[in-house]
Design a protein around this ligand. Structure first.
Ligand code: FES
Length: 316
C-alpha cells in the first residue's frame, strides 16, 4: 500500500480551551476528498514537520470536508503543539488519505467510551449510526471539565444527545467515571474505546472476560523514528549482494541514500507505506503504523524501523 499526499486548506478553526482546536479541511482548489468510513483517520504533516494521525469527526455521509480535533501535548516534541498554535484559517496542510483501523462492525448494540480528544472517531460513529436509523448506542464521554470538552456543543445539540453521558472529573482520580457497571456483565454490545492510555488500560482490564471480537480500541502513538537506545546494526542487501552498516543515528533509508540507492519514500515517518520493503531474514524492530501484524514477518518500513538483533536481510 502506498499513499500520496493531498493538499488541503484550513477553512475553519475553532479553539476549545487553550490546548484544543477543531480544524475543518477542504481540498486546495476545490474538488472532492476521498470518502471515509466511521472511525477512520488521516495522516497530517504538522507545521513542525512530523507526521501525526488524526481521526475524522464528521459523518461519513458529509463529503465536502474533513474535521479533526487537535490537542497540544505540552510534554511532547512540538508536533501536536504546532497543530494548535501554528495553524490558521487559510493555511495549507498536507494529508494522507483516510484509513481505518477502528472499523465500526455491524452490531445490534454499541457502547462507546471516549476520553478527551478520543471522542473524535466515536463522534463520527454516532453520526453514522443515527443517520442509518441504528439508535441503540450509548456514549460515555469523560473529560476534565466542560471547557476542555471538544465537541461539547455539538454533542448537546445532536439528535442523539439523550444517548450521551458527559462526565467531568476535574482531574481528580476520586471522581473518575465508574465504567465497571457497564462492563461487569458481558452483553451483546460492541464496545469501542478511544481516549488516554490510562482509560484504555482500565477498559482493557475490565473487559478481559468479554469476547475479544466485541472490544475495540483506537490507540494513536506518535511514531518514534529515533530512540535514545538505538544502536548500530547490519543490513544485508540481497539483490545487490552488499552489506551496509546502519549507524545508531541514521535510518536504513538514510544510509541507503548515502550509499547511492534511490529508494521510494514519502512521509519518512512510518505512516504512508511508500518505503515498504521485503524482509528476507532476521527480526525487525517495527516502528511504523502501516504494517499489519500478519505483514510484520515479511516486510519492513525502512524509513523508521530497524533490526531487533545484529542483522537483517532485505530485498534490495
Ligand atoms: S516513507 Fe512513509 S512509511 Fe516509510
Amino acid at each position: 500500500m502506498e499513499s500520496e499526499f493531498i493538499k488541503v486548506v484550513i477553512t475553519d478553526k475553532k479553539t476549545v480551551a487553550t490546548d484544543y482546536g477543531i480544524l475543518e479541511l477542504t481540498p486546495v482548489g476545490g474538488g472532492a476528498l476521498p470518502p471515509f468510513t466511521a472511525g477512520a483517520h488521516i495522516g497530517v504533516k504538522t507545521p513542525e514537520g512530523s507526521m501525526r494521525q488524526y481521526s475524522l469527526a464528521g459523518s461519513p455521509y458529509e463529503r465536502g470536508s474533513y474535521r479533526i480535533a487537535v490537542r497540544a501535548d505540552r510534554d511532547g516534541r512540538g508536533a501536536s503543539r504546532s497543530m494548535v498554535e501554528e495553524t490558521s484559517v487559510g493555511g495549507v496542510l498536507e494529508i494522507l488519505p483516510p484509513e481505518n483501523n477502528f472499523e465500526l462492525v455491524p452490531a445490534d448494540e454499541y457502547l462507546f467510551i471516549a476520553g478527551g480528544i478520543g471522542i473524535t472517531p466515536i463522534l463520527s460513529m454516532c453520526h453514522k449510526l443515527w443517520a442509518d436509523g441504528q439508535k441503540n448506542f450509548r456514549l460515555i464521554y469523560c473529560t476534565r471539565s466542560r471547557e476542555e470538552t471538544v465537541f461539547a456543543k455539538e454533542l448537546e445539540a445532536a439528535p442523539f444527545a439523550s444517548n450521551v453521558t458527559l462526565h467531568h472529573d476535574g482531574g481528580d482520580p476520586e471522581r473518575i467515571y465508574d465504567l465497571w457497571p457497564h462492563l461487569e456483565t458481558p452483553g451483546a454490545a460492541h464496545v469501542y474505546c478511544c481516549g488516554p492510555k490510562v482509560m484504555m488500560e482500565d477498559v482493557r482490564d475490565m473487559s478481559g472476560h468479554w469476547p475479544a471480537a466485541q472490544i475495540h480500541f483506537e490507540d494513536f502513538r506518535p511514531v518514534e523514528v529515533r530512540r535514545a537506545d538505538d544502536r548500530e546494526f547490519t543490513v544485508v542487501l540481497k539483490k545487490s549482494n552488499r552489506r551496509l552498516r546502519i549507524p545508531e543515528d541514521q535510518t536504513i533509508l538514510e544510509t541507503l541514500r548515502k550509499a547511492g540507492y534511490d529508494h521510494r519514500s514519502s512521509c519518512e515517518s512510518g505512516v504512508c507505506g511508500a518505503c515498504k520493503t521485503v524482509l528476507l531474514d532476521g527480526e525487525a524492530d517495527h516502528r511504523d503504523l502501516v504494517l499489519s501484524e500478519g505483514e510484520r514477518g515479511r516486510f519492513i518500513m525502512i524509513c523508521v524501523s530497524r533490526a531487533a538483533g545484529e542483522e537483517i536481510t532485505i530485498d534490495i
